[in-house]
Design a protein around this ligand. Structure first.
Ligand SMILES: [Zn+2]
Length: 68
């Protein structure tokens, strides 16, 4: 994907959280987190022992773009 801010090529990776940290990584880590729907949270993804969404970053602009 082309960065809509600078026109450079973005890197494909994953935004992941374990409940205490939120990271972008190009390689999925193994941990899990569940959304609490009673608080309006949305479960974006939950695969066995991991929680992540695909997200692309532009390191130059420090932007992350993700679909949900
Ligand atoms: Zn950019």
């Amino acid at each position: 994907m082309t960065c809509p801010f600078c026109g450079g090529e973005m890197e494909v990776g994953f935004v992941q959280s374990n409940g205490s940290a939120l990271i972008w990584t190009n390689k999925k880590h193994c941990f899990s987190v569940l959304a609490d729907s009673s608080k309006g949270e949305i479960q974006l993804d939950h695969v066995f022992n991991s929680a992540s969404i695909t997200a692309e970053i532009c390191r130059k602009c420090k932007k992350i773009i993700a679909d949900y």
